[in-house]
Design a protein around this ligand. Structure first.
Ligand code: AMP
Length: 113
């Protein structure tokens, strides 16, 4: 999508601090980290949010979680991590392109604010 920030990052039109990339997804560090490790994983194809996912996206989601498992291992997140996807206004979603926050290397409170 032309006016989507994360589509532009996925296409390399806006720079990002990349951790991993393949044909279907990109992982890059969040510009405003909320934990010592905070990166985002996005599908390259535009999906507005998790509310738009269908059964057809199951392989993509499995791949995203497998890549997250590999990256957190590589980054030494031995104490665990949290994966968050915000959906819509009440969910706190500011960028309307599906993304998974991965937060690690500090103790994270529950419930979230
Ligand atoms: P959300 O509020 O769940 O939609 O998350 C959007 C996230 O994108 C926020 O944590 C922002 O800090 C992050 N963000 C916004 N612009 C950029 C960018 N250019 N590069 C990396 N992360 C970004």
């Amino acid at each position: 999508m032309d006016d989507c920030l994360f589509c532009k990052i996925a296409a390399g039109k806006i720079p990002s601090k990349k951790l991993f990339e393949d044909d279907t997804l990109l992982a890059f560090y969040d510009v405003d980290p909320q934990a010592p490790v905070h990166f985002l994983v996005i599908p390259k194809k535009h999906i507005a949010s998790a509310a738009c996912l269908t059964e057809e996206d199951a392989p993509l989601l499995g791949h995203i979680y497998a890549v997250i498992a590999q990256l957190t291992k590589k980054l030494g997140c031995t104490g665990g991590y949290r994966v968050v996807t915000n959906v819509g206004e009440d969910g706190g979603q500011s960028v309307k392109h599906l993304h998974f926050h991965v937060l690690a290397k500090r103790s994270l409170a529950w419930p979230p604010g």
